[in-house]
Design a protein around this ligand. Sequence first.
Ligand code: PGA
Length: 227
Amino acid sequence: MKLIVGNMKMNMSLSDIKYYIENLNYKDNVVICPTSIYIPYFMKYNVGIQNMFYEDHGAYTGEVSPSQCSSLNVKYAIIGHSERRNIFNESDETINKKLASSIKNSITPILCVGEHDGEDRTMILSNELDKDLSGLENIDKIIIAYEPIWAIGTGKIPTNEEIFNTIKFIKDYILNKYKVNVKVLYGGSVNEKNIDTLNQISNLDGFLIGGASTKVNEFNKIIEVTE
Ligand code: PGA
């Protein structure tokens, strides 16, 4: 079954969250990544965090640690989302440390990679993968999310053929270099209108969904039609 990861980003009030939980048609292949203060409300589901620091504890005001997430049974962590890279200047070196600590704490990292509009896709992807995965063990525990930055929140989306080829590129690149198979998700403007088309991509292991995951009826539709 395809994995459906909802990245709510910094959206939803507490009453929105309560309404959402009452109306969500949850299935086991769904992971909810709410704004971190709302994580306790989602404990009966597979829950993920949108960002996580690499140290286990200490004087790091405003940060949340992998061991704290483990203690709450957080199962997934989105690492290196383009908003973290671009708005918060997160470097590949930091992302690499976050991946290592996530794996060490048995939290499945979802590593986001993707090109800006007009950039050389395979060059950007291989460069990000090389730096982000450098020196790591257990790379098979990492899920990769291919998110073209120009497709995030824009309504623009690559063709199925382009997504197929990019997913294949990522899987082959990691298999050749690290001798492991990884799951690869697609993210960027996935919604109730394009989900049927996207579900036809044969090598895709799931979706990372932003805006559409905050609208419970739309998210239910995506859950319903994705197998
Ligand atoms: P979007 O966001 O679905 O709103 O385009 C995807 C993401 O940023 O993960």
